[in-house]
Ligand binder design. Structure first.
Ligand SMILES: O=P(O)(O)OC[C@H]1O[C@](O)(CO)[C@@H](O)[C@@H]1O
Length: 363
């Protein structure tokens, strides 16, 4: 397993995610019980890197289920920025796959010092964050021994969604029927991950030659898929090692659009849900004028190799679980096509000059 590459973990995602869905009551029980006690008026989601992007993706569904504001804040800002806290009614959820990110440890330490209730959402290991946090929820997907996390991202987002769903059930915000409907819809979307993987691989063959030349890219999405765009851009920055950046699609129209020179690639995340009509209009108008515009998701009225029809379920709440997959694969397939060796680090001395982990990766 330690020889696994990013692609192997992408392939493990569906099974791991369905396992988490199955065990949701056990995994999220303590959190649901505590939340149902009714004390919390705000949730603060704090994390770094991919774990932070998971929080951005999960926050809207969490707000819908928990009926309180769920704010995202990077671990460093939480630990050091002078924000207003409400220790009696705030709940901190720190998210960290490996549990050794120094800023997340600092954030939990600060939550403790302020007397704010906190949970850490992390993998199995007894890591520094589990030792610091008051309580823990496990990301029950096994380990991931590569830098660019994929399975862990999807399973972290899923764990956050299920914490919220289980808490909503315990609090009486969703009845049995609504709960069952959410679980069934989630199951349909998660069972579509493997088919999406295969469709994306086939699609990539058509765009491979173009993508290996990509050196600047914007990834755009709406709503919860802004988190997907952030994570998709991060995956390619970590692996392809060129600037990939993300925008909410509407914010992209407020200035960044002007910077789309002929060599800039644009990837739209376009589920047939929230924002679809605007994404469709934007794709059509840009595709006519720029050679490097792509869509993850069908585009009405357009027949083009640049459109990935992934056979998506397009569930209004759960599309984030399908649309992250093509972006993860795009990163993997592009960096391997370019022959990039991830073992050769850029700026290796920064690790020592600015440590970000309390302990090296435990195996
Ligand atoms: O989720 P964790 O373990 O806190 O890690 C945060 C980030 O740090 C890294 O391990 C490296 O910077 C990323 O892969 C990860 O997204």
């Amino acid at each position: 397993m330690s020889n696994f590459v990013m692609l192997d973990y992408i392939h493990e995602t569906q099974e791991a995610a369905l396992g988490i869905l199955e065990k949701r009551a056990e995994i999220c029980g303590e959190f649901a019980h505590d939340f149902a006690a009714g004390k919390y008026g705000r949730v603060l989601l704090t994390a770094s890197g991919t774990s932070y992007n998971s929080c951005v993706t999960a926050k809207y569904y969490m707000e819908k289920m928990l009926r309180v504001p769920c704010e995202t804040i990077t671990s460093y800002a939480f630990a050091h920025y002078d924000k207003t806290f409400y220790p009696d009614t705030d709940l901190v959820i720190a998210v960290t796959q490996e549990g050794e990110s120094t800023n997340t440890i600092d954030a939990l330490t600060k939550a403790n010092s302020l007397g704010i209730d906190n949970f850490v959402v992390t993998e199995y290991l007894n890591n520094t964050c589990t030792q610091t946090a008051k309580k823990k929820v496990t990301i029950d997907c096994g380990r991931e021994f590569v830098g660019p996390k994929t399975k862990g991202y999807t399973c972290t987002v899923l764990t956050l969604f299920l914490m919220a769903l289980e808490a909503a059930k315990a609090r009486g915000y969703v009845d049995e029927a609504a709960y069952g409907d959410n679980v069934a819809r989630l199951g349909s979307v998660l069972r579509n991950i493997d088919p999406v993987i295969e469709k994306t691989k086939t699609w990539f063959e058509a765009v491979r030659e173009e993508f290996v030349k990509c050196e600047k890219c914007y990834v755009l999405g709406y709503g919860a898929n802004v988190g997907t765009a952030m994570e998709g851009a991060l995956k390619s920055m970590e692996t392809v090692r060129y600037p990939y950046f993300w925008f909410e699609t509407e914010e992209f129209l407020h200035g960044p659009l002007a910077s789309v020179k002929p060599d800039v690639y644009t990837v739209l995340i376009a589920p047939r849900t929230y924002g679809y009509e605007r994404a469709n209009a934007l794709f059509k108008i840009m595709h006519d004028q720029n050679p490097h515009v792509y869509s993850i998701g069908v585009q009405d009225g357009v027949e083009s190799d640049h459109v990935l029809d992934g056979g998506f379920v397009d569930d209004e709440d759960f599309s984030v679980f399908e649309y992250a997959i093509p972006l993860q694969l795009l990163a993997y397939l592009t960096y391997t096509a370019r022959g990039i060796d991830l073992q050769v680090r850029n700026y290796p001395r920064t690790r020592e000059a600015l440590p970000t982990k309390a302990k090296p990766l435990q195996r």
